[in-house]
Write a protein that binds this ligand. Structure first.
Ligand code: 48H
Ligand code: FE2
Length: 259
């Protein structure tokens, strides 16, 4: 047998092993942006089987774009503890109370932190629907497809991942919550969409409103702004980090108290 056939065999074997193992998870995090990666670390650290699904082939979501493509992001004092948890270097700025991080370091170390804690991240996968149950209405997992298949426009039926909790960490578009609004009126999910910029307020509100939206479905990051009609904050990431940690704490609490 050639090396080529061995490479093929090993990749199929190991990828299949992962997919079989992950067909039922404790938590599925949809989106590997700042809030999703932060949540994944704290969930996995607690021993929960945590899977992050990311549409793109790269991590970090909106971090990479920095502020208008400049490779820096801003964090205030409230976020420093989380930066330290992830070993992310920060620098005091010329403005008191504001710190700066390099976007490449923020992206790489948030992902490394989630992975080191034991979370699995699979890139190139899009969540296109959810699994639901009735009486009471709840979300019980996600429906997944290769992003490449979605982009191609081919009609290919998806597959499923069962999970005790699903976290919408898809950013401004709140894609998972929008599926609920569009296809499941029983969920009573309504998405007013985010409001214009008011950074000081938005970066606090987004944390305040983070948590469970309906049974089995949680929101973190900018998806929280969309579903609760909150302001946007621009490239200050304190709220995203704190929101990620808070949603993890909410899921952990709910799963621990579940029968
Ligand atoms: C799989 C998906 C799907 C899907 C999307 O946009 P993100 O960075 O999200 P957050 O909320 O963690 O961070 C928001 C932040 O980046 C930002 O934009 C801020 C703070 N803006 C303020 C302002 O004023 O503009 O990441 C979401 C990730 C992305 O990587 C998407 O590719 C991914 O989710 N994603 N993955 N299935 N259906 N939809
Ligand atoms: Fe944004």
């Amino acid at each position: 047998m050639s090396l080529e056939s061995h490479i093929t065999r090993v990749i199929w074997e190991e990828a299949s092993r992962d997919w079989v193992e992950l067909s039922s998870c404790d938590v599925v995090v949809v989106g590997a942006g700042p809030s999703g990666l932060t949540a994944a670390k704290y969930l996995a650290e607690k021993g929960l089987k945590t899977l992050v699904l990311e549409r793109r082939l790269s991590f970090g979501g909106g971090i990479g774009g920095g502020g208008m493509l400049l490779h820096k992001a801003v964090v205030d004092e409230r976020g420093l503890g989380i930066l330290m948890d992830f070993n992310i270097r920060y620098k005091p700025s010329s403005i008191r109370g504001l710190y700066v991080v390099d976007t490449a370091e923020l992206t790489a170390k948030l992902a490394a932190g989630a992975l080191d804690a034991g979370a699995k991240i699979i890139p190139g996968i899009s969540v296109e629907d959810v699994i639901v149950r009735y009486n009471p209405f709840r979300v019980q997992g996600v429906v997944v497809e290769w992003s490449a298949v979605q982009f191609s426009g081919l009609h290919v039926d998806p597959l499923f991942i069962e999970s005790k909790a699903v976290i919408d960490a898809t950013g401004h578009d709140a894609e998972v919550l929008r599926i609920l609004e569009k296809k499941n009126p029983e969920s009573k999910v309504k998405i007013p969409g985010e409001k214009s910029a008011y950074s000081e307020k938005a970066d606090v509100d987004v944390v305040e409103y983070t948590g469970r939206v309906i049974p089995g479905l949680y929101a973190t990051g900018m998806a929280v702004a969309a579903v609760h009609g909150l302001n946007r904050m621009g490239p200050i990431f304190t709220g995203m980090l704190l929101s990620g940690r808070k949603v993890a704490e909410a899921v952990i609490r709910d799963l621990e108290s579940a029968p």
